[in-house]
Design a protein around this ligand. Structure first.
Ligand SMILES: *Cc1c(COP(=O)(O)O)cnc(C)c1O
Length: 422
C-alpha cells in the first residue's frame, strides 16, 4: 500500500511554531471514518460492539471520539479502568480482559460494572474472594494451544502464549460459574497479532463459534457474546496489503450463519477489542533531524528516540518514514535513523533508502497511532512527548502536554532541590 502522510508540511510548520517536535499527531478524520467502516462491516449483527483496546492509545480525547460511536473500552489495568470511567463508561461499557490480575483491579472493574473476562480457571475462586460474589455476566478466555495457520502458513503460536484456558478448563469453568450463579456467558480468544490477512477473524470466529455451541449444549450456560478480541493488523510496509474490513465482516457472518444460527444461537452478540486497527494508521511521530554523522555508516540523528516509539527497538518493527517536502525526490541515500538513547538499538530505521536528509528536515514516522506513545518510557531520563489531535476542520488541539523535568522529579522528595536546578 502506498504510504502517504495524513498531514502536510505546511500544517506541520504551523503546529511546530506552537509545539516543538517530537510529538505524536493523530488524524481525527481517519479515526472517525475507520470506526464507521468497522460498524458497517458488522452491522449484520445487531449486538455488535467494539471495546477499544485502551492500551493501544490511552488518551481520553481519543477514547471520547470512539465512545461517540458507541464503543466501549477494553482495559487490563487499574489506570486503564480509571481512564474508561473518566470518559463516562458505566455498567456494561468496559471489558476487563486482564491477566495475572491483582484483587483490587477486579474490585474496581466490578464496582464500575465492567464485564470481567477471566484469564484462568483459578481466577474464579480468586475473583469470588476479591469481590464477594460471581457476577451475573462473566467471560472466559480460551487458548486452544498449538499453532494457528492460514493459507499462507503459520500465523502465530497460541501454544506458547501465557493467556487463556485450555479446552477442558473452559468447560469446567463454565460449569462452576453457572453453579455459582452466573447467567450470561461470553468467550474470548486472541490467537494472532497484527494479522495482515482477511482470513484471521473468520478463522477465529469458526473456532469460537464451534466451542460456543458445544459449551452451551454440554454445560447449559447461556452464551450472550463472543469476543473476537484484537489482532487485525495494518499495512506498516509499503508492500503490505491492507485488510478489507468488509471482507472480514462477511467472513465472520458466514461462520455465524453456518455454525451458530443452525444451533439456535442466532442471538449471540459479536464483540471486538481492536486496538491497532482502530488508531494505528491514524497517528504518526513527528520529529526533526538535528544531526548527521558520517562514520562506518551514514547516520541521521533525530530529536525523538525509542522512548517515544519502542516498536523498532523492541521488535525490529518497520515504520515507514517520510522526509517532509522531499516526497518526490529519489531515495538515493542509505541511512540509519537514530535517537539519542545510550542503546545501540535506538534506531527508527536501519539501512533505509531515503532522500538526502538535511539538518532541520521534518521526518514523519508513520503508523504510531497504536502501541506507539503508550509504550513510551523514561529511560535515560527521557521525557514523554506531547500528543496533538489534527481535527477534521484542519485545526489542531493539544490532547496531552509533553512531560517536563518537573514531572520526572515529581515522584522523588527532591522537588525543592529541583527548583534550584532550573
Ligand atoms: C493487546 C490486546 C488487544 C488489542 O490488540 P491489537 O493487536 O492492538 O488489536 C485486545 N485485547 C487484548 C486482551 C489485548 O491484550
Amino acid at each position: 500500500m502506498e504510504k502517504k502522510t495524513f498531514v502536510t508540511l505546511e500544517k506541520l510548520k504551523e503546529i511546530n511554531a506552537l509545539y516543538p517536535t517530537p510529538y505524536h499527531l493523530y488524524d481525527e478524520k481517519g479515526i472517525r471514518k475507520n470506526i464507521q467502516s468497522l460498524q458497517q462491516a458488522f452491522s449484520w449483527n445487531p449486538g455488535f460492539r467494539e471495546f477499544f483496546a485502551v492500551k493501544a492509545e490511552p488518551n481520553p480525547r481519543i477514547l471520547q471520539i470512539l465512545s461517540e460511536y458507541g464503543c466501549g473500552c477494553d482495559c487490563s489495568s487499574l489506570t486503564e479502568l480509571m481512564l474508561a470511567k473518566a470518559i463516562g463508561c458505566g455498567a456494561g461499557d468496559v471489558m476487563f480482559s486482564s491477566n495475572d490480575t491483582p484483587a483490587e483491579e477486579f474490585r474496581y472493574a466490578h464496582e464500575m460494572g465492567g464485564i470481567i473476562n477471566l484469564d484462568d480457571i483459578t481466577h474464579i475462586e480468586y475473583l469470588e474472594k476479591a469481590i464477594g460474589c460471581i457476577p451475573k455476566t462473566i467471560s472466559c478466555r480460551f487458548n486452544p494451544g498449538g499453532v494457528i495457520t492460514m493459507s499462507n502458513g503459520i500465523m502465530d503460536n497460541p501454544g506458547d502464549a501465557k493467556y487463556g484456558m485450555t479446552r477442558e478448563q473452559i468447560f469446567e469453568a463454565f460449569r462452576i460459574l453457572k453453579e455459582k450463579g452466573a447467567e450470561r456467558f461470553g468467550i474470548h480468544a486472541f490467537l494472532a497479532s497484527n494479522t495482515i490477512s482477511n482470513e484471521y477473524y473468520p478463522k477465529l470466529a469458526g473456532i469460537l463459534f464451534s466451542l460456543a455451541v458445544q459449551l452451551q449444549k454440554e454445560t447449559g450456560a447461556k452464551i450472550g457474546f463472543i469476543n473476537l478480541s484484537g489482532g487485525i493488523g495494518i499495512p506498516y510496509k509499503p508492500e503490505d496489503q491492507a485488510n478489507d474490513i468488509f471482507v472480514i465482516g462477511e467472513g465472520v457472518r458466514k461462520a455465524y450463519e453456518e455454525i451458530l444460527v443452525p444451533a439456535g444461537m442466532g442471538d449471540v452478540a459479536i464483540y471486538t477489542e481492536l486496538g491497532r486497527y482502530m488508531t494505528g494508521p491514524f497517528g504518526c511521530l513527528v520529529t526533526t533531524a538535528i544531526h548527521e554523522k558520517h562514520t562506518h555508516k551514514e547516520y541521521i540523528g533525530v530529536d525523538a528516540c525509542a522512548c517515544n516509539l519502542m516498536r523498532p527497538a523492541m521488535y525490529g518493527a518497520y515504520h515507514h518514514i517520510t522526509v517532509m517536502g522531499k516526497e518526490e525526490l529519489p531515495c538515493d541515500h542509505v541511512y540509519d535513523v537514530t535517537g539519542s538513547l545510550c542503546e545501540n538499538n535506538d534506531k527508527f530505521a536501519i539501512d533505509r533508502h531515503l532522500p538526502r536528509i538535511d539538518k532541520g528536515d521534518i521526518l514523519v514516522i508513520h503508523d504510531t497511532g497504536a502501541h506507539g506513545f503508550s509504550m513510551g518510557y523514561n529511560y535515560n531520563g527521557k521525557l514523554r512527548s506531547a500528543e496533538i489531535l489534527l481535527k477534521e476542520d484542519g485545526s489542531f488541539e493539544l490532547i496531552r502536554r509533553a512531560e517536563t523535568p518537573k514531572d520526572y522529579f515529581a515522584t522523588f522528595d527532591f522537588l525543592p532541590i529541583y527548583e534550584k536546578l532550573v
